[in-house]
Design a binder for this molecule. Structure first.
Ligand code: SF4
Length: 204
């Protein structure tokens, strides 16, 4: 499972299903900004800055959790890795990104055998870092979310549409149709019309 699926799941389970079950992809302003940003920061490479080793585009995995992905930036403060995830936009609520970042930390701990106590989200819009501490509560959310996503991936239906304030920013709005699929009566009406001959089609 891609580590990014956890952020999608946290933001909206239906979005996660559309992307990871149905391979639906669409761009809007926000995803375009994010993609441009990640194309730059995923360029593999390493350097030193102020005594800190900085590694970009590092592949990550966890056999235990069944996760794979790629880190934007890992800083090595001595032996201690410090993952930094780049996000477009300004500082805002970072619950979903924190889950993704913590999953990266758990991968690093398994891969390198060292503790990863914290990391940061870098908001490109404000050019500020928000430090995320990987406390017990956040760590526990990762395997729980992995299990939930696996259950969804093994099922046959997409999660219900949120149809709330998340939707206007979502690039999958047109594919999802949250205002339609959220209303059973409208769905039943559309189903009823599916095989209804149009006026003048009597001869068909
Ligand atoms: S449009 Fe709304 S309900 Fe549909 S995937 Fe996006 S956030 Fe989820």
């Amino acid at each position: 499972m891609m580590i990014s699926a956890l952020e999608h799941w946290s933001y909206c389970p239906r979005q996660c299903g559309l992307i990871h079950i149905e391979s639906t992809f669409d761009e809007n302003l926000y995803t375009l900004r994010g993609r441009r940003l990640h194309e730059r920061v995923h360029e593999p490479g390493a350097d030193w800055e102020d005594g800190v080793r900085r590694v970009r585009g590092m592949p990550l995995f966890s056999v235990y959790l069944g996760l794979t992905g790629k880190a934007d930036l890992i800083e090595f403060h001595g032996e201690t890795p410090y993952p930094v995830e780049y996000k477009s936009g300004s500082t805002r609520e970072r619950r979903h990104e924190a889950l993704q970042l913590c999953a990266q930390a758990l991968c690093l701990e398994e891969m390198l055998g060292v503790a990863v106590p914290a990391g940061a989200i870098f908001a490109q819009g404000s050019r500020r870092r928000s430090e995320i501490a990987f406390d017990d509560e956040l760590r526990a959310r990762v395997p729980a979310a992995v299990a939930e996503v696996r259950t969804m991936l093994g099922g046959t239906t997409l999660p219900a549409a949120a149809n709330d304030s998340r939707c206007p920013r979502c690039s999958l709005f047109d594919a999802c149709l949250p205002g339609v699929v959220d209303q059973d009566a409208r769905i039943r009406g559309f189903f009823g019309e599916l095989f209804h001959p149009a006026a003048g089609d009597d001869a068909l």
